[in-house]
Ligand binder design. Structure first.
Ligand code: UDP
Length: 314
């Protein structure tokens, strides 16, 4: 049986990845400080399937803390990901993406494990080209309100790449684009939970700015399949992949889709645009298609319907 260590595995995306790994025969050790995750996302697992450790990866886990002799793969996902949460946890976000990333890399070095770095489309900042290929260096405010996340992730990429260059770590960097689905927290402030909750409560959907900014939404099972392909395929060390859905839409258009799928008539309320909110975001996934054999399969209609069903029952 293979062993995976997942930091941030009690969170939204991490817990779906843990499910996928267990389904595919992995024993999974999860390290999470529960800043934005919850063990409720991993209910029902026995310790021989999923070992749950409440621990902050910014502290290096010594052998008496982490009862693990070996790991085949380490997936570093620990970080707040919602702009509302990473503003609230700004210094923690910088620390987990810098010190936390180095600690996870040290573990990968110790165990000779493959290393998957969960990065983000935010490394592109407010992109000046669209769609964004992996080769684009980005357009980022280094000290603005989103810098704790954007620059934290950029530092993490630089650190991981140096561990790859200097110590031969078998590294894959994945940049996720606006992942959504069940287990998102209804109050996390991102556009998907906000609009779905507002539609369910028959309230106006809150559009920030003029709503002409674009995003590309990827359903969580697609995103997790992309991570899984990057975990199991060989000969990818040092490679960077965009993992997202290239179907780009404006926030106004997204509000229309949410209202339609939620079965409500669209009512909107315009609010000020947060600082440094990117004007556009769309992944070029040519590389993931060709090298990982991966592309998203779930339509926005299907993904949103499942998200509505989840929010209705919680
Ligand atoms: N947004 C919005 N209404 C909301 C929440 C967010 O119009 O209630 C906008 C936000 O300004 C951004 C986009 O939706 O342009 C996506 O925001 P989110 O926080 O989900 O993620 P981001 O892509 O900005 O990290």
């Amino acid at each position: 049986m293979k062993t995976a260590l997942v930091t941030g595995g009690a969170g939204f995306m991490g817990s779906h990845l843990v499910d996928k790994l267990v389904d595919n025969g992995f024993f999974v050790v999860v390290i999470d400080n529960l800043a934005t995750g919850t063990w409720d996302n991993l209910k029902g697992y026995e310790p021989h399937q999923v070992l749950k450790m409440t621990w902050d990866i910014t502290e290096y886990p010594s052998e008496d803390v982490l009862p693990l002799r070996d790991a085949d793969v380490i997936v570093h996902l620990a970080s707040a990901a919602s702009p509302v949460h990473y503003r609230r946890l700004a210094i923690e976000t910088l620390r987990v993406n810098s010190i936390g990333t180095e600690n996870a890399l040290k573990l990968a070095r110790k165990f000779h494990a493959r290393f998957i770095l969960g990065s983000t489309s935010e490394v592109y900042g407010d992109p000046q080209i669209s769609p964004q290929p992996e080769t684009y260096w980005g357009h980022v405010n280094p000290n603005g309100e989103r810098a704790c996340y954007d620059e934290g992730k950029r530092f993490g990429e630089a650190m991981a790449m140096e561990y790859h260059r200097q110590f031969g770590i078998d590294l894959r960097i994945l940049r996720f684009f606006n992942c959504y689905g069940p287990r998102m927290q209804s109050e996390d402030g991102r556009v998907v939970p906000n609009f779905v909750r507002q539609a369910l409560e028959n309230k106006p959907l809150t559009i920030y700015g003029d709503g002409q900014q674009t995003r590309s939404f990827c359903y969580v099972s697609d995103e997790v399949e992309g991570i899984y392909q990057a975990i199991v395929r060989d000969n990818l060390s040092g490679e960077v992949f965009n993992i997202g859905n290239p179907e780009e839409r404006s926030i106004v258009n997204f509000a229309e889709a949410v209202a339609k799928i939620g079965g409500v008539s669209l009512r909107t309320e315009f609010r000020p645009l947060p600082a440094d909110d990117p004007t556009n975001r769309c992944p070029d996934i040519t590389k993931a298609r060709q090298v990982l054999g991966w592309s998203p399969q779930v339509s926005l209609e299907e993904g949103l319907a499942k998200t509505f069903a989840y929010f209705k029952q919680t």
